[in-house]
Design a protein around this ligand. Structure first.
Ligand code: FDA
Length: 506
C-alpha cells in the first residue's frame, strides 16, 4: 500500500509539473482510494463482465484530461514512473481493453471530457475530438442541416476514439465506406508525449490509425472527417418474418440480393430464436429486415419491387424521415427527441460476448435450417445474429487502402451477440461456452484461410499471439502495421493483449 501511495504521489507531482499551473489539475486524477474512483471507472463501461473478474486488474489511476496538455502529461508521467496507459473514449471495447488489463500496472486516460465537434460547413468537414460519442457527432453535424450525415456505427454511445480507429461500419457503409475511410487528418499524442498530425507523423501512420486500432500507436486526440451527403428525406423500415412466414427462404435470398442492391439501400438482417406466439411451447426464428433507403418511399417501392419482391415490402412499411431521425430509428429511440443522442450513459448494466465472421459464399437453405436449430436450443438469453451487407463502395476500395481488409469478395459480416444480466461466474461461463460452440458450428459456412474477424468486434478467443489474430483482423495488411509500429513506438509502450507488436530487429 505504501508503495502504491508513493507512486500516486510521484505521478501526481509529475502531472502537476507538466501541466499549466492550476488548482484543478489534481482533481483530474482518481486513485482507487478516492470515493469517485468506482463511478468514474464505470461511467462508460458497456460490458461489466470484467469488473469482478479474477483474470484482469483495474487501473491504479484514472486521468480525466480536459485539455490536450493533460494527455501529454499523462503519457510522459506514466513512462517516467513505469506505468502503462490504456486510453478510453467511449468504453465499448468488447473485451474491456480500454479499462482492464491482464497483467500490466496501468493508468486509464479517459477522454470523455474531450468531446467537441467543430463543423466546417463550407468545406463539408469536421474536427471531432476522440471522446465524443457517435450520438454527439450525428446530432451536431446534422441538427441544422438535413443533408449532412456521417458513415459510422448504429449504437450512439460508441466513442469516436476506438470506433474510427478500428473501421466503423453502419447504415451508410455501402455508400461511403467505413468511418475510417472518411478520415482526412488527425492529432495524436505519441509515446514521447508529442502532439503529431498527418503531416508531421507521415502517411504510414495516417494509414495505420484508420483501421489498425490507434491504441497500438498513441492516443488520438481528434480526427478531421469528411462529412457525407444524405438526401433531405430518407426512408427507414423493418419487415419482420418468422419461420412460418418463410424467413429461411428470405434470408437465403437476401444473401445474394443485400450485397448487390443499389448502394442507397441498406438492408441488414437481425435473426434470433423466440417463443412461437401461435403454437405454445414451440420455438421459431424471427428475422428482422432492418433497413435504410437514402430516398423517398415512392422511389424505394420501385427499387424493392425490382430487386426483392419476395419480401412483400409495401407502402405501409415506409417511414419517411430526416437522416438524423433515421439514426434514432436504428438506435431504438424512435419518437424520442434528438437530444437523447447526447446521453452518454450506458443503456444496459450487463455482460455480453460477441464474435464476428465474414461470409463469402451464400449459406444454403438447408444449412440455415441447421443454424436455426442451434439457435433455438439456447435456453437462456438469445444468441443474436446481426448480418450486415457489404458490396457497394466497400467493393471498390482496395484491400490495402487502409488496414481494414474486408472488401471485395465479402457478401456480409455476421456478428454473433449474447447479453446477460447475472454476474456470477457460472452464468458467465455458460454463456461464453454457448458462444464458442456457435462459433465452431459456423466454421463450414464462413471465410477461411484466414477465418477473418473485425477488429471493432474484438474477440480475445482469437488469442494473444499476433501471429494468430493478426491475419484474421488485418489479412495481408498486418506486416505493414507491424512496420509502422516499429517506427512510431519501437519500445512497445502502447500495448494491450491484442496490440500490434513492433517487428523485432534481427
Ligand atoms: P473504448 O473506449 O473501449 O476503446 C476501444 C479500443 O480503442 C481500446 O483498445 C482503446 O484503448 C482504444 N482507444 C479508444 N480511444 C482511443 C484513442 N483516443 N486513441 C487511441 N486508442 C483509443 N462497431 C461498428 O463498427 N458498428 C456498429 O454498429 C457497432 N455497434 C456497437 C454496439 C455496441 C452496443 C457496442 C458495445 C459496440 C459496437 N460496435 C460497433 C463496436 C465498436 O465500434 C468498438 O467497440 C469500438 O472500439 C468502440 O470504441 P470506444 O471508443 O467506444 O471504445
Amino acid at each position: 500500500i505504501s508503495s502504491l501511495n508513493a507512486m500516486h504521489g510521484n505521478f501526481m507531482q509529475c502531472f502537476l509539473d507538466h501541466t499549466c499551473p492550476s488548482n484543478s489539475s489534481s482533481q483530474l486524477l482518481y486513485s482507487p482510494n478516492t470515493t469517485a474512483y468506482d463511478a468514474v471507472l464505470r461511467s462508460s463501461i458497456q460490458n461489466i463482465r470484467f469488473l469482478n473478474s479474477s483474470n484482469t486488474t483495474k487501473p491504479v489511476l484514472i486521468v480525466t484530461p480536459t485539455n490536450e496538455s493533460h494527455v501529454q502529461a499523462a503519457v510522459v508521467c506514466s513512462r517516467k514512473h513505469g506505468l502503462r496507459v490504456r486510453v478510453r473514449s467511449g468504453g465499448h471495447d468488447y473485451e474491456g481493453m480500454s479499462y482492464v488489463s491482464e497483467g500490466d500496472r496501468f493508468i486509464v486516460v479517459d477522454l470523455a471530457a474531450l468531446r467537441s465537434v467543430t463543423v466546417d460547413a463550407e468545406h463539408g468537414t469536421a474536427w471531432v475530438q476522440a471522446g465524443a460519442t457517435l450520438g454527439e457527432v450525428y446530432y451536431t453535424i446534422a441538427e441544422k442541416n438535413r443533408t449532412v450525415g456521417f458513415s459510422a456505427g448504429v449504437c450512439t454511445t460508441i466513442g469516436v476514439g476506438g470506433h474510427f480507429s478500428g473501421g466503423g461500419i453502419g447504415t451508410l457503409s455501402r455508400k461511403y465506406g467505413t468511418a475510417a475511410d472518411n478520415i482526412v487528418d488527425f492529432r495524436l499524442v505519441d509515446a514521447n508525449g508529442w502532439i503529431l498530425d498527418r503531416q508531421s507523423m507521415g502517411e504510414d501512420s495516417f494509414w495505420a490509425i484508420r483501421g489498425g486500432g490507434a491504441a497500438s500507436f498513441g492516443i488520438v486526440l481528434s480526427y478531421k472527417i469528411e462529412l457525407n451527403y444524405v438526401p433531405p428525406i430518407v426512408t427507414a423500415f423493418n419487415v419482420i418474418k418468422t419461420l412460418k412466414q418463410d424467413a429461411t427462404k428470405l434470408v437465403t435470398k437476401w444473401q445474394k440480393i443485400g450485397p448487390n442492391l443499389d448502394e442507397n439501400l441498406y438492408i441488414r438482417v437481425i435473426a434470433q430464436a423466440m417463443d412461437d406466439d401461435e403454437a405454445e411451447g414451440n420455438r421459431t426464428i424471427q428475422a428482422i429486415f432492418n433497413s435504410l433507403y437514402l430516398g423517398t418511399c415512392e422511389e424505394l417501392l420501385t427499387v424493392m419491387g425490382c430487386s426483392f419482391p419476395e419480401l412483400g415490402f409495401e407502402a405501409a412499411d415506409c417511414n419517411e424521415m430526416s437522416w438524423l431521425e433515421s439514426v434514432l430509428f436504428f438506435a431504438g429511440f424512435t419518437g424520442r427527441p434528438a437530444e437523447v443522442l447526447l446521453d452518454r450513459r450506458p443503456e444496459f448494466n450487463s455482460s455480453f460476448k460477441a464474435k464476428s465472421d465474414f461470409v463469402r459464399e451464400p449459406v444454403t437453405e438447408t444449412a440455415w435450417e441447421e443454424i436455426w436449430k442451434f439457435l433455438m436450443e439456447a435456453k437462456d438469453e438469445p444468441l443474436i445474429l446481426i448480418m450486415e451487407p457489404f458490396g457497394g463502395v466497400m467493393n471498390e476500395i482496395a484491400k490495402s487502402a487502409t488496414p481494414f481488409p474486408h472488401r471485395k469478395g465479402n457478401l456480409y459480416i455476421i456478428q454473433y451477440f449474447m447479453r446477460w444480466f447475472e454476474t456470477d461466474m457460472e452464468t458467465t461461463e455458460r454463456h461464453l461456452s454457448w458462444m464458442r460452440e456457435l462459433y465452431d458450428f459456423m466454421t463450414p459456412y464462413v471465410s477461411k484461410n484466414p477465418r477473418a474477424a473485425y477488429l471493432n468486434y474484438r474477440d480475445i478467443d482469437l488469442g494473444r499471439s499476433a501471429r494468430v489474430w493478426g491475419p484474421k483482423y488485418f489479412n495481408n495488411n498486418f506486416n505493414r502495421l507491424a512496420y509502422v509500429k516499429s517506427m512510431v513506438d519501437p519500445d512497445n509502450f502502447f500495448r494491450n493483449e491484442q496490440s500490434i507488436p513492433p517487428i523485432k530487429s534481427p
